[in-house]
Every structure is written in structure tokens, then in C-alpha cells.
Write a protein of this length. Structure first.
Lengths: 204, 305
């Protein structure tokens, strides 16, 4: 998303989409996202979208657990909806630091899927990390969240899965090679070949 | 009718707009967005003898009116560029392309240029002696007139294609280095590469880039680039490709008035992948606005009278 007064665009994940538009949920972490708060209803935005690969629903099992941490929660909502639409029976684990940071729990519950919320400080839901709340049985996982969470999920998970990564980006569409990472199958650009990588290809 | 054509060291360009190396990959990915044959040409990703992954991340840091990058010459190596990247480009780009080359020794520059010289698609060689992001990544050649001349001579010996030496702005006497390249046989000069810069994270109190320093590009550097193109135009008789902070048709005209025969557009492509197409589309009306009918007649215009 282009913002007046900033050189580069802001890379923001898509929470949900339909024929009328995109839903994005962002966390104010710096000057750019702070400036986004000034956006007004009806204002025209300059957005490049449809970037990157996204989660591949066809790779997901019948009982996929979607795992979101903090600002990594939004894309798991759109994914859960599409898993349901594909006739699968997903569940969700949503991790936050503390009760005041929780969002979108109701939306997940309204999908009718089993949803567990964890907080690191135990102020709401189950105390601990998302890895403390993985369901007893699942056949695939999809995760999005901060790097330490992804690494913990990678280590704690008993199945294959998909993990969505963050990196500082220049262009967002594969031109600048600013967000390259090494995988078992060669270097990949998080913005274009990712942000979703398969568990089996990740090199930490 | 306005005439946008320019002649770049013997090859005619439909217009002077050239996406700069490192902002346009090997071209074919942009061809999914628009017909890249509208470009004058483009300079492909800096290519080295061996494949390179580049620097650790973060490699990018935003700045007021610009950005830092420390990619570190990530590229698949010259063999794969010839066997995989150029064939993919051939399917979507039907003009001569500019081959951007980097190296770590005079021999390596010569080797890579000799390999790329064989490719029919390659119209010009743009030899980067100015990468600020890898240790000894060419910049040591670009900050010293003798070393710049040595690379120029070695490259000229292995190719019959026009050779443009891409210079670093991180020097005290840009004109002297450009002159040394001309005297060593260069067919043209490209400038400027990025300005060496740094940003520091207030929370961690460490440099934002994993590499520490990076190359500063974007609209903030346009005045520096214009000044250096102006100085080099006075010092040499060979064509100059101007670049640095160009993001509009007006900037292209300004760069040509400073002395550029053609103009590269870099960081602007990363903000808007359609930037070069839009600049080309805007050029005719900007020319009309400023009373220009033939673009090549304004080259170096700021020096006259």
C-alpha cells in the first residue's frame, strides 16, 4: 500500500476478500502504519495486490489447524473460510501476548470452527504459547506469526504444514531481491515465491 | 510529432528510458505486467562469474525520499544467465539488452564479459565497478582511476560490444575517473551507482541493515546524480547514461540537459512496477510543454550558452 510521504509501500497481509474488496487488519508498529490511521472511508488507495503465493488450500488436510500469532492472525481467517468452503474441517489456535491485544476471536468462532485462544501472560484463554494449545489430532498445519513462533510451531508440529514468513521488503513483487531467504530448494523471495513456505523446505 | 529516439554508442533506442540494473531482474517478470518492448532497453541484474546468494537480511531500509539496499549482488551466475535467464527474456523482449556485470578481480570481469559478449541479445555491456555492498565488490575499482582503467582495458579486450563503465559516486573526483575510463577505451559512462549510507534502529541500537551499510537510492539523490552527470559530460566525449533518483519524465529531461544520452530509472521501479512505462507515456507531453521536438537535441543542453 502506497502512503503519501513514504518512499516504499507498506506490505500488509490480506485477512479476507470478496468481489467487492479486501479486508486488511494492521498493527501500528511504526510511522507508516501510524499514518494509515488517517485513512478515511471513501478515500482512494494506491495498492498492489495479488502478490506472493498465499496458502494453498489443496495442500491442506481435512483437519488442518490454522495457527496465528498477533499480527499473524488476520490471514488465517480468510484461510479458515476457504478451508471450510473446500469442505474441510479446520480448527484454529490464536496466540496473543495479553488480553487487551486479542482481536477477531468472535469472527473465528462465528465460522463455527473450534477456536482456542492463548495469552502469554494468561490474562485470557489458555496461558502459554500457541504450541501449548495445538489440538490432539490434526493432519496439517498453517501458521503465520512472528519468527520465534514459526520456529516453535515448526519444532512442535507432528505433521507437514505451511508457514508464512515476514521480511523487510523493498518492492513486494520480486524485483529487488531484498527479501531473499535460503531454502532446501535454493533461494526464494519472501515477497514473490513466498511468503508461504512448506515446512519441508525451510532452513532456519 | 515529437522524436524520442536517441543513439547510444551506435545502437538506436526508441526512447532514452532504461530500467536500472537490480530493479528489473532479467526483465521477464515485468513482461507479465506490461509489454516491456516499450522500453529503450533495460540493464539486467548485476551478473558475476559465480552464483551469489548475497548478503543476510535485512537488506532493505527505508529513508526519507529513498531507500538503502544491501542485496550484495544476488544472481544465478553467468552460466545460468546465458542458459536460463536470457532464453526466458528472448520470449518477451525483442530489443538489444544491456548486460550488467560485476566482479571481484580484473580477470573475473573479463571472463564474465567475454561470456556475455557471445549472447546475441546483449547490445551493450555495463560494467559495475561501483557496488557498495560486497567486500571488494567492484567499488575498489571504481574509486581509483588506475584500477578503473585497468578493468576497462581488460573488458574492452574481450568484447566488440559497446562498454559502459558504471561509476561510484563515493569518490572525490568523478570526472577524473570517467576520463581514465574513456582513455582506457570505454565507449560510455554510466552514473551514478548508489551513495553509501546507513540507518540505525533506535530499539536495538544497531544498524538496520545486516550488512551495516547499504547503497542509498531514490528521489533524494537526484541532485547529486545531476551534478555528477554534468561534471562527467564536461570531462568526456563519450556518451553518458545518467541515473540516480529519476522518477518522472521531467527528471529524464533534466538528466538529459545535464548531459545524459540515455537515462536509467532504478528505485522508482520498486515503488511502482509500471514507473518506466508511465515515464515513457508522459515524455511526449513533457517535451511539448518545454518546446522540445527532438529529444537528442537537448543532450547536454544545460552546458550551452
Amino acid at each position: 500500500m502506497y502512503l503519501d510521504g513514504f518512499f516504499l509501500r507498506r506490505p500488509i497481509s490480506v485477512c479476507d476478500w470478496d468481489s467487492r474488496g479486501l479486508t486488511i487488519i494492521y498493527k501500528v508498529v511504526g510511522k507508516g502504519t501510524a499514518a494509515m490511521r488517517a485513512m478515511q472511508p471513501g478515500q482512494e488507495l494506491d495498492v498492489l495486490s495479488g502478490l506472493g503465493n498465499g496458502f494453498d488450500v489443496t495442500k491442506c488436510g481435512q483437519r488442518t489447524v490454522v495457527i496465528g500469532g498477533g499480527a499473524g492472525v488476520p490471514p488465517m481467517y480468510g484461510l479458515a473460510k476457504r478451508l471450510l468452503a473446500a469442505g474441510k474441517a479446520p480448527s484454529a489456535v490464536l496466540g496473543f501476548n495479553t488480553e487487551s491485544e486479542i482481536f477477531y476471536e468472535d469472527q473465528f468462532r462465528k465460522l463455527g470452527i473450534e477456536t482456542v485462544v492463548t495469552t502469554v501472560d494468561g490474562s485470557y484463554g489458555q496461558k502459554g504459547f500457541v504450541t501449548d494449545a495445538l489440538p490432539e489430532t490434526y493432519d496439517y498445519f498453517c501458521a503465520c506469526g512472528p519468527l520465534p513462533m514459526l520456529k516453535a510451531v515448526y519444532n512442535a508440529s507432528s505433521t507437514s504444514g505451511l508457514l508464512s514468513f515476514e521480511e523487510r521488503m523493498g518492492c513486494g513483487f520480486g524485483a529487488c531481491m531484498g527479501c531473499s531467504c535460503k531454502t532446501k530448494y535454493g533461494s526464494k523471495r519472501i515477497c514473490k515465491d513466498g511468503p508461504v513456505l512448506e515446512k519441508g523446505e525451510i532452513i532456519w | 510529432m515529437v522524436d524520442l529516439r536517441v543513439n547510444l554508442a551506435g545502437i538506436e533506442l526508441d526512447n532514452p528510458v532504461i530500467p536500472a540494473s537490480g530493479t528489473f531482474g532479467y526483465g521477464y517478470e515485468f513482461a507479465q505486467l506490461y509489454d516491456i518492448n516499450c522500453l529503450g532497453t533495460f540493464s539486467f541484474k548485476g551478473t558475476t562469474k559465480e552464483p551469489r546468494f548475497g548478503n543476510p537480511t535485512p537488506r532493505i531500509a527505508e529513508c526519507p525520499a529513498g531507500m538503502l539496499n544491501a542485496v550484495g549482488l544476488q544472481n544465478p551466475g553467468v552460466d545460468k544467465v546465458l542458459s536460463e535467464e536470457l532464453p526466458k527474456l528472448k520470449a518477451c523482449f525483442h530489443k538489444p539488452v544491456m548486460a550488467n556485470v560485476s566482479g571481484f578481480s580484473v580477470e573475473e570481469y573479463a571472463y564474465t564479459c567475454a561470456q556475455l559478449d557471445k549472447a546475441e541479445q546483449v547490445g551493450w555491456l555495463e560494467v559495475n565497478i561501483s557496488c557498495p555492498n560486497v567486500h571488494n565488490g567492484g567499488m575498489s575499482f571504481g574509486v581509483c582511476a588506475e584500477a578503473a582503467a585497468e578493468v576497462t582495458k581488460a573488458v574492452k579486450a574481450v568484447t566488440t560490444k559497446p562498454v559502459f563503465m558504471k561509476l561510484s559516486p563515493n569518490v572525490t573526483d568523478i570526472a577524473g575517473i570517467a576520463k581514465a575510463c574513456q582513455d582506457a577505451g570505454a565507449d560510455g559512462i554510466s552514473l551514478i551507482n548508489t551513495l553509501l549510507g546507513m540507518r540505525i534502529d533506535l530499539k536495538s541500537r544497531r544498524p538496520l541493515l545486516a550488512n551495516g551499510t547499504g547503497g542509498f537510492s531514490g528521489s533524494a539523490i537526484l541532485p547529486v546524480a545531476l551534478r555528477m552527470v554534468y561534471q562527467v559530460y564536461e570531462a568526456v566525449d563519450i556518451p553518458v547514461i545518467g541515473m540516480g533518483g529519476v522518477s518522472s519524465a521531467e527528471d529524464v529531461v533534466e538528466m538529459m540537459l545535464a548531459g545524459a544520452t540515455a537515462v536509467e530509472v532504478g528505485a522508482a521501479n520498486l515503488v511502482d512496477p509500471f514507473a518506466c512505462k508511465e515515464i515513457i507515456d508522459q515524455l511526449p507531453q513533457v517535451m511539448v510543454k518545454y518546446g522540445i521536438t527532438n529529444l537528442k537535441e537537448i543532450i547536454g543542453g544545460a552546458h550551452h550558452g
